[in-house]
Write a protein that binds this ligand. Structure first.
Ligand code: UN1
Length: 512
């Protein structure tokens, strides 16, 4: 177990942690881009920024790397990802702590994020022997029809601060076994964890040997223009972007304009329905983690609680109590459950949403800033539970902060309409002991989200399933199931071994 962070010396802690993972200290000073820690709000490193020209050169090198990597058999490519998983196991504590330092996650969630990376590496290793295509019945005698899957090229991965490394790994582990190279543009709020992962990847690559080209993974740091250069580069056939719906609304059309493929994982406005027959003890614990965990900064965070009127009074006062007694503070300190918000903008967005909720008739419990006297540049908040008379105003928007809007319902149909009545479609849950309610919720007339759970919260998905959502969440799927297909191109092959030339659909075209 790593020692807890000493908040009086975060820049030194950063250098030491990153050096242990193989990042040269010289790369952490002198650059034009400040890397901050939300724990104190201070800059902990000054790193280099990449211009649009740099990105163009980097994409060129990535394309070159792809042209050799695609010829390495897929199970061997899996071996590289296995080695990456080994490095992550060795450096789990260090990387988990760096996630806490850079994203503000509590220790167990920082470690959990690295575990999620290890899990997807394991998954991808198995997958490297299962990149299968179908063999399909053909109407022509002496022919065979089948599909083969081939690598795409350079995969551009744009990731968000809140899962600064796991979401990259869902994309990259699959992209590598599928025979692609990767250019990674992390959030400008979380460049350090990306640099550390790149260093770990280079260790794995060195162990793999010369068949893994040098530029298989490159990280580009910077703000909007850096990302835009990647998005617009025609040598990048796939862009996988995680972030806000606003970001996706820009990225999606730009990639489509050049007929690229995009995998979008955007905002969520996730709800849970608590039915009349729900186990309230279980629901309470699940709701607390889903709504307050990660300081409300998961795309899967529970934001709307749709509670049956018959259990409202048994559940909501208990929940309000849990909200007021939860431990908030330095994320790596023993017992802390809620760390800081990422920055001042996040805090202001939260306060604006709470003001709008009050204006719409909501009763706000919590939501105040705390620890401002000790950490004036950091933004710690009491999580907020807001009792709303109806699903209106800020309830319809995703605010990336710990706000849970609570509402009542009478009939399941009404609850499902409320669950589906927002623009995003990522994750959803129902708490119920009724088989009929659970089945209805997960059926075609139930939740319209990419994830629909029963008796667990909407967050904390495992990597084995496909992850992503519908509507304004963008439609992309990452991680498990058959999400790998998005990183490959499909070829349909028809092979004639008959010596004759029968045409499909009975067409005749005989020439002498
Ligand atoms: C995200 O917030 O972008 O299901 C990803 C979850 C995590 C991943 C969240 N496994 O909450």
């Amino acid at each position: 177990m790593a020692a807890p962070l000493d908040t009086r010396r975060l820049p030194e802690e950063t250098i030491e942690l990153m050096a242990r993972m193989g990042v040269e200290p010289s790369r952490l000073s002198g650059g034009s881009m400040a890397a901050k820690s939300p724990i104190t709000g201070e800059a902990v490193a000054q790193i280099n920024e990449h211009s649009a020209d740099d990105v163009a050169k980097i994409v060129g090198k990535a394309h070159e790397a792809f042209t050799t990597w695609r010829t390495v058999p897929a199970p061997q490519r899996g071996e590289l990802v296995r080695l990456l998983g080994e490095e992550l196991r060795v450096h789990k504590d260090d990387l988990g702590l760096l996630v806490s330092l850079e994203a503000g996650k509590i220790t167990s969630e920082g470690l959990g994020e690295v575990q999620e990376m290890i899990d997807i590496c394991d998954f991808a290793v198995g997958l490297s022997r299962q990149l299968y295509g179908l063999t399909i019945a053909t109407e022509r005698p002496g022919h065979r029809m089948m599909e083969t899957w081939h690598p795409m090229g350079v995969i551009g991965v744009i990731s968000a601060f809140n899962f600064p490394v796991a979401v990259w790994s869902w994309n990259a582990a699959l992209a590598f076994v599928c025979g692609n190279s990767v250019v990674w543009k992390p959030s400008e709020k979380s460049p350090l964890t990306a640099m550390a992962v790149e260093a770990l990847f280079q260790k794995a690559r060195a162990k793999f040997g010369a068949d893994a080209p040098e530029n298989l993974l490159q990280v580009v740091n910077g703000a909007r223009e850096t990302g835009a250069a990647l998005v617009d580069d025609t040598r990048v056939p796939v862009i996988s972007a995680t972030g806000s719906t606003r970001m996706g609304q820009q990225v999606g059309p730009r990639v489509a304009q050049r007929f690229g493929r995009s995998i979008l994982e955007l905002g969520g406005n996730n709800a849970a329905i608590v039915g009349a027959s729900a186990d309230l003890d279980l629901a309470l614990r699940a709701i607390a983690f889903a709504a307050m965990g990660t300081a409300g900064q998961r795309c899967t965070t529970l934001r709307r609680l749709i509670t049956h009127e018959s259990v409202y009074d048994a559940l909501i006062p208990r929940l309000i109590k849990a909200y007021s007694s939860v431990q908030i503070g330095i994320p790596t300190e023993e017992g802390t459950l809620i760390g800081p918000l990422i920055d001042k903008d996040a805090y202001e967005a939260m306060q604006q949403a709470l003001a709008a909720a009050r204006a719409a008739g909501g009763t706000v419990h919590g939501g105040e800033r705390v620890l401002a006297d000790v950490y004036p540049d950091a933004y710690y908040v009491q999580p907020a539970l807001v009792e709303m008379p109806a699903q209106t105003g800020p309830v319809l928007e995703e605010t990336f902060a710990p706000i849970l809007y609570v509402m009542r319902f009478k009939e399941l149909d009404e609850a499902i309409d409320m669950q589906n009545g927002v623009a995003a479609g990522l994750s959803s849950s129902i708490f119920t002991s009724s088989l009929a309610e659970a089945e209805t919720f997960t059926s075609a007339v139930g939740s319209d989200c990419g994830i629909a759970n029963v008796n667990i919260g909407p967050s904390g998905a495992e990597i084995g399933g496909a992850f992503g959502g519908e509507k304004e969440t963008g439609g992309g799927r990452e991680a498990g199931s058959d999400a790998w297909k998005a990183y490959m191109r499909r070829a349909t092959n028809t092979i004639n071994y008959s010596g004759a030339l029968p045409l499909a659909q009975g067409v005749k075209f005989d020439v002498e």
